[in-house]
Design a protein. Structure first.
Ligand code: PGA
Length: 254
């Protein structure tokens, strides 16, 4: 198995003011000083918190990401921000195609693809989210949905060995519901995604791409999830809001 460094990511969604983000990011830095040596840690606050959070993370080894961006470099796109804007705030990662963006804001695979291309072009590492709804799972469509989202989302995206895209498998039915996919269910999906990646970028690179699991990850279940061979980290919503909980997730191997 390729040597994939774990990535534990906090998705703060629409929570925290800049002051709260600064305070909580500072606490996380304090509590993850050992973990950063062996695990990549990422915090993705809202746009308005990026600059303050960057100050808290400065010199810590904990990375900053945003939760979205537009694919255009600039222009008349009211309410949007571009790759260069989030880069200027200190981001090195950007979460794209989160199911909440797809579900509530009409994001499509095509849009996710444009954003992913723009992110890689700008020098950001995209964290591309994929995942099936409960209905799709019950109808036996999970793998088809994942194949479509991965193939269309990553269409023509260059796989640069030093800046490989990250994927996040987040079954929609497990997000914020308290229902976690079992480690075996998640492993099955991750294995399937990796096999699909092999068709896109070849075996060696597919083996180097990190695939995170997201959906009600918490301190009580991270250990089991991380034991699965194709689970390389976690994208965490609810349990990332409390610094001590998120730090304990990042410290899963300590
Ligand atoms: P959750 O959210 O951990 O609250 O389920 C995960 C996500 O949406 O990234």
């Amino acid at each position: 198995m390729a040597d994939r460094r774990p990535l534990i990511a906090a998705n703060w969604k629409m929570h925290k003011t800049p002051d709260e983000a600064f305070r909580d990011a500072s606490s996380i830095v304090e509590m993850t000083q050992q973990a950063v040596k062996t695990v990549d840690i990422l915090i993705a606050p809202s746009f308005v918190c990026l600059e303050r959070t960057a100050k808290a993370l400065s010199g810590s080894g904990v990375a900053l990401g945003s939760q979205n961006m537009h694919w255009e470099a600039y222009g008349a796109y009211t309410g949007e921000v571009s790759a260069s804007m989030i880069l200027a705030c200190g981001c090195t990662f950007v979460i794209l195609g989160h199911s909440e963006r797809r579900q509530y804001f009409g994001e499509t695979d095509k849009g996710v693809n444009l954003k992913t291309l723009a992110a890689v072009e700008a020098g950001l590492v995209p964290v591309v989210c994929v995942g099936e709804s409960l209905k799709e799972r019950e109808k036996g469509e999970t793998f088809n949905v994942l194949d479509r989202q991965v193939q269309e989302g990553l269409k023509n995206v260059p796989f640069k060995p030093d800046r490989l895209p990250v994927l996040a498998y987040e079954p929609i039915w497990a997000i914020g519901t308290g229902l976690t996919a079992t480690p075996e269910q998640a492993q099955q999906a991750h294995e399937h995604i990796r096999a699909g990646l092999e068709q896109i970028c070849g075996k060696t690179l597919a083996n180097s791409v990190r695939i995170l699991y997201g959906g009600s990850v918490k301190p009580a279940n991270i250990g089991q999830l991380m034991q699965m061979p194709d689970i390389d980290g976690a994208l965490v919503g609810g349990a990332s809001l409390e610094p001590a909980d998120f730090a304990s997730l990042a410290n899963f191997g300590q």
